[in-house]
Design a protein around this ligand. Structure first.
Ligand code: NAD
Ligand code: ZN
Length: 356
């Protein structure tokens, strides 16, 4: 018999912090699936919600169970759900699109006008169970280990950004080596980029960039990053900028590193407007500038699965820390200090915890 109550890590009221709570296991509708969470991972957004920053205050409506990066097993499915069955090992696209707006109708559901994000707008996966619309559930290939399956959401951001234009044989700058920047390094490398230069100000994260596949890592607080990139590219600049920091200075430097005719793909989210020299850095350069949001549904998921199955994506340097849900204070503190890659929770028991 399925349990009726479960533990969940929740934002209980408007303000800083999170709390462990006992709540009812979600009821599912005819087009939903109930997933028993195996592993869930903390995202930078969860840190913002924990800290109750301005963005969270405008968006989050407590009480809310956090968590939008996860994998698990299908517990049960609604009568109208297709393509999945109890026991399947799955993850999910947590951006739920409406299916009716202009973008949804022209095949761009990832920028739907009415997007709702599970774990931000509705109860998420930092719990024993999570309810997901069945069409958002993604069956995970049996060759993919559970720690990788738990981070398909941010890995998809990286894959989406890297594959938004040509990459094979191209020189690349990745600005910002947070988890997604680090994953972008591994993806660009697996897709055959040539020289890959990363920038990062945090020492721990910078130390992970080379193991993930970067040729050179620059700390822009110590070295003139733009001059160094020019030097490494024979004075030309890089073909591709993957902006993964959201930091205004890094964004400006990224554009200066880009060669004329290059591609700038911007995923990082600045928390205020950024000044750009459009004339020098975009127009006269003939640069292609792309905003990247979420993952393409479901093209990115297909590409990501192929890359993982090829065995060419090594994400191991990202994984070190595993916690039970109850250890959330330590887990969040560790991430806040920038001293971790991906931190995993195991809400239903310790799984791979303790194992490397
Ligand atoms: P993160 O905050 O962990 O990583 C950002 C990294 O940039 C940090 O390691 C930080 O030290 C580094 N950084 C800061 N200033 C820098 C500078 N001047 N030069 C070089 N590096 C610098 O974030 P993450 O989880 O890896 O996500 C990356 C970015 O993408 C964030 O801005 C996040 O909000 C954003 N994001 C966007 C989407 C989307 O759909 N567009 C989805 C997920 C995350
Ligand atoms: Zn829509």
């Amino acid at each position: 018999m399925s349990p009726t109550m479960m533990k969940a890590l929740r934002k209980m009221s408007r303000g800083r912090g999170l709390q462990m709570d006992k709540v009812a296991v979600p009821e599912i509708g005819p087009t939903d699936a109930l997933i028993r969470v195996r592993a869930a991972s903390i995202c930078g957004t969860d840190l913002h919600i924990f800290g109750w920053d301005r963005w969270s205050q405008g968006r989050i409506k407590p009480p809310l169970t956090l968590g939008h990066e996860f994998c698990g097993h299908v517990e049960k499915v609604g009568d109208e759900a297709r393509g999945i069955a109890p026991g399947d090992f799955v993850s999910a696209e947590m951006h739920v699109n409406c299916g009716y707006c202009h973008q949804c109708r022209v095949g761009q559901p990832h920028i739907c006008q009415n997007l709702e994000i599970i774990g931000i707008d509705r109860d998420g996966a930092f719990a024993e169970f999570v309810r997901i619309p069945a069409r958002n559930v993604w069956k995970v290939d049996a060759s993919i280990p559970e720690r990788y399956a738990a981070i398909l959401d941010p890995l998809g951001n990286a894959v989406h950004t890297v594959l938004a234009g040509e990459i094979a044989g191209h020189t690349v700058a990745v600005t910002g080596c947070g988890p997604i920047g680090l994953m972008a390094i591994a993806v660009a490398r697996a897709c055959g980029c040539s020289t890959l230069i990363a920038t990062e100000v945090n020492e721990h994260r910078a130390s992970l960039a080379k193991p993930m596949g970067a040729d050179e890592v620059i700390n822009p607080a110590e070295t003139d990053a733009v001059a160094r990139v020019r030097e490494l590219t024979g004075g030309t600049g890089v073909d591709v900028l993957l902006e993964m920091s959201g930091n205004p200075t890094a964004i400006q430097q990224g554009f200066q590193m880009l060669r004329s005719g290059g591609r700038a793909s911007l995923l990082g989210i600045p928390n205020k407007p950024v000044n750009l020299n459009l004339v020098e850095d975009v127009i006269f350069k003939g640069a292609t500038v792309q905003g990247i949001y979420g993952r393409k549904m479901f093209e990115t998921w297909v590409q990501m699965t192929s890359l993982l199955k090829s065995g060419r994506l090594n994400l191991e340097p990202l994984f070190r820390e595993r916690y039970p849900l109850e250890g959330f204070q330590d887990a969040f503190a560790l991430l806040r200090g920038g001293q971790a890659g991906k931190v995993l929770f195991y809400p239903n028991g310790d799984g791979e915890m303790g194992k490397k």
